[in-house]
Write a protein that binds this ligand. Structure first.
Ligand code: C2E
Ligand code: MG
Ligand code: MG
Ligand code: MG
Length: 283
C-alpha cells in the first residue's frame, strides 16, 4: 500500500491517520456482513408542506453495529461506495422502503404519503437499476407515484446523457426525482432544465446556519427562485427553527424537513408520530 502511494508520500506515520485507516478497514469488513446480520435499519424523517401537513418521509440508512453502536451514514456510505457494497446496500434500501410504502397504502391515513430514498451514483448507473426497481415495485405492490428518488449533482458529472435517459425510463414508470444537496455541487444550469426533475432540495448546510452567514441567505433565496423558475417544487432540509421556516416561506419555499418537525425516527416511533396528529410542530 505504502509502495503504491509512491516513495515521497508519507503514510501511516501519523497515529491519527493510522486510526482512520484502521477504522475504515474495520468498517469495510463488518459492512460486508451487516446486511446479512440485519444490522442495517431505515429511519424515516417527515417532510411537511406549507400548511405543516406531513406529506411524506425521507428514508435514512442507519447501521447498528453490535460493538460500536450506531454508525452514522456519513461514516460508512463513502466506504460502501468505494467497495461497491453500496449497490447491494442500496438495493436493500429500495426493497425495504418499497415494502413500507406498500404497507401504508392499505391505511387511508398514510396512503398518500411519499417515500423519498437516496440513490448513490454508482447504484443508479448499474445496468440493471431500472429492471431491479421495476421488479421491486411489482413484487411489493408499492405505488410508483408515491416514490421519490433523491439524486445528487455528482451523478451528472460523468455521463450526463446516459443518466438522463435512465431518469426518463424511471419517470416513465411514474417515479419522481428530487435533486438532493442542491447548491453544494457543480450543476450546469442549462443542463438542469433538461432533466426530468420534480423537486430541488436545498442542502441542509445552508439552512441549518441560515442566519449565521450572510451568503447562506443569498444562496437559499437564489435556489428557491431558480427552482420556482424551472417549475420545480423546492424543499429545504435542515430546518431547525421557526425563524428558518418563516424566512424560507417568505422567500417562496414549498416544503420543509428538519429537526423543527422531527428527527429521523425508527418505524414504530414514526407510526406513533403519524397517528398522534397532523404534526402541529410548525404552526
Ligand atoms: P441527506 O440525504 O442530505 O439527508 C439529510 C441529512 O440531514 C440526514 O443525515 C438528516 O438526519 C440530516 N438532517 C435533517 N434535518 C436536520 C436538521 O434539522 N438539522 C441537522 N443538523 N441535520 C438534519 P443522515 O441521516 O446522517 O444522513 C447523511 C447522509 O447519508 C444523507 O444526506 C445521504 O447523503 C446519506 N444517506 C443516508 N441514507 C442513505 C441511503 O439509504 N443511501 C444512500 N446512498 N445514501 C444515504
Ligand atoms: Mg437525501
Ligand atoms: Mg441532502
Ligand atoms: Mg447530504
Amino acid at each position: 500500500q505504502a509502495k503504491q502511494a509512491g516513495r515521497n508520500t508519507l503514510r501511516f506515520f501519523d497515529p491519527l491517520m493510522q486510526a482512520v485507516a484502521v477504522r475504515r478497514a474495520m468498517i469495510e469488513s463488518d459492512l460486508r456482513q451487516a446486511a446479512k446480520r440485519g444490522e442495517l435499519k431505515l429511519f424515516y424523517q417527515i417532510q411537511v408542506d406549507g400548511k405543516s401537513q406531513v406529506t411524506g418521509v425521507e428514508a435514512l440508512l442507519r447501521w447498528e453495529h453490535p460493538e460500536h453502536g450506531m454508525i452514522p451514514p456519513n461514516d460508512f456510505i463513502p466506504v460502501a461506495e468505494e467497495s461497491y457494497l453500496i449497490v447491494a446496500i442500496g438495493n436493500w434500501v429500495v426493497a425495504t422502503a418499497c415494502r413500507q410504502l406498500a404497507r401504508w397504502a392499505s391505511d387511508p391515513r398514510t396512503a398518500e404519503l411519499t417515500m423519498a430514498i437516496n440513490i448513490s451514483p454508482l447504484q443508479f448507473q448499474q445496468p440493471d437499476f431500472v429492471a431491479n426497481l421495476a421488479a421491486v415495485l411489482e413484487t411489493t405492490g408499492a405505488r410508483p407515484g408515491r416514490l421519490k428518488l433523491e439524486l445528487t449533482e455528482t451523478l451528472f458529472m460523468e455521463e450526463p446523457e446516459a443518466v438522463r435517459e435512465t431518469m426518463l425510463r424511471v419517470q416513465g414508470m411514474g417515479v419522481r426525482f428530487s435533486l438532493d444537496d442542491f447548491g453544494t455541487g457543480y450543476s450546469s444550469l442549462s443542463y438542469l432544465s433538461c432533466l426530468p426533475l420534480d423537486q430541488l432540495k436545498i442542502d441542509q448546510s445552508f439552512v441549518r446556519t441560515l442566519f449565521e452567514d450572510a451568503s447562506n441567505e443569498m444562496i437559499s433565496a437564489t435556489i428557491i427562485s431558480l427552482g420556482r423558475n424551472l417549475g420545480l417544487e423546492v424543499i429545504a432540509e435542515g430546518v431547525e427553527t421557526l425563524a428558518h421556516r418563516d424566512w424560507l416561506e417568505a422567500h417562496g419555499c414549498h416544503a420543509y424537513q428538519g429537526y423543527l418537525y422531527s428527527r429521523p425516527l425508527p418505524i414504530h416511533a414514526l407510526t406513533r408520530l403519524l397517528e398522534s396528529s397532523t404534526c402541529a410542530a410548525g404552526r
